[in-house]
Unconditional design. Sequence first.
Length: 233
Amino acid sequence: MIIIHDKQLGGIEVIRSNRSSSKISFRVTPQGTLRIHTSKLIPKILIHKFINENISSINSLIDQHKNKAFFFEDGLKIGKSHVISVIESTNISKTLVTTLNNTIYVKTKTGTLKTKTVQDQIREKALEAFRKEAKTYLPKRLKYFASTFDFNYKKVKLSHASSRWGSCSSRGTISLNIALMKLEFPLIDYVIIHELCHTRHMNHSKAFWQEVSKYDPNYKMHQDILKTKSPTI
């Protein structure tokens, strides 16, 4: 991965593959970073040209991401067991964000809570809270369903690097997004079952959905609800 810079967009991550295709695509990561995917054969000048030609669509996607992201405020619940507590004061010169037990304490100067700098500071602590909860809950829940329904997987990975709720590799590695902890428990279960079923069907064929329906009869409803949600934190 390399980083290129654009006057309007700032730093942009570029992921290059060994494919010979001339296709260039873009997406916004859960962290809000613009990421370009292309071949190693495509020179930087063509990447910049692609960005300029698609600047309207790119800005629209970035705006969508911002609208889906959390706005951190006093009393906001984070995950299943954490909460934010904000103290604003005119006497505070520097924002301090700390976590004690299950509370994320924010001490900041009056009027600065909505600024990007303070929101980013809180987001870092929120991500730590999501990781902590995900590490405690998700692997155990995955293991429970695998054992109960006789699924086999190699290992589980937890991250927030993808815009997907989960994935399953052909080698049997199941990846789960830590943002799952902001969903209702039945939706978390649906995602886990979905990925476990991919260990038997590496596609979305009729046979795959029949497999899913065995373990989640309400999967269509859960799927529809999940379409209204975003893994952005």
